[in-house]
Design a protein around this ligand. Structure first.
Ligand code: HEC
Length: 145
């Protein structure tokens, strides 16, 4: 090997080594940066949610937001099942909800809507609905039954 070739080989070696080092340093920095970027910005705990960790401030459901009408909530959340009677839900406009209201009363229907009943998920999937909004929604369903 002549002198020039030896020099070139050693330069290449140094370059390779420093690139390997630099890559691993960057990889570590990237990972931390990513973890920092994707971590939640805070913990919001909705009042009544018992799965929340301790220490997170409780925020009243729908605090600050104007209550939605029964019609709005129905069209956004409940229609998915109740419009067609999916999963044997009381079908909108069929008289089935009124029949249940006669049997259980509005309070009874509200209670089962909040907790969920059989195939119906808690709050009918409107997780940020207040009790008042749910009640207005059930009333809307009864009024249009
Ligand atoms: C994933 C489908 C689904 C969605 C979405 C849904 N429901 Fe239901 N709902 C059901 C089913 C199924 C039943 C019948 C449960 C039973 O009695 O077995 C039911 C029953 C009810 C009842 C009667 C409860 C009782 O005690 O007899 C009310 C009131 C009700 N739903 C209101 C709502 C409201 C209000 C919403 C929207 C905020 C909603 N549901 C969204 C499936 C759904």
């Amino acid at each position: 090997m002549n002198k020039l070739a030896a020099k070139a080989a050693s330069a290449l070696c140094t370059l390779g080594l420093s690139m390997a080092l630099a890559t691993s340093v960057y990889a570590a920095v990237d990972r931390d940066a990513i973890i920092e970027r994707i971590k939640p910005h805070g913990n919001i705990c909705v009042e009544g949610d018992e799965t929340c960790g301790t220490g997170a401030p409780a925020v009243a459901a729908s605090a600050g937001a104007a209550a939605r009408s029964g019609e709005e909530v129905y069209n956004r959340f409940c229609t998915a099942c109740h419009a067609t009677g999916l999963l044997d839900s009381p079908k909108f406009g069929s008289g089935a909800m009124s029949a249940r209201a006669d049997e259980k009363g509005l309070d009874g229907l509200l209670a089962s809507s909040i907790s969920g009943i059989n195939a119906m998920p808690p709050k009918g999937t409107c997780n940020d609905c207040s009790d008042e909004e749910l009640e207005a929604t059930i009333q809307y369903m009864i009024d249009n039954d």
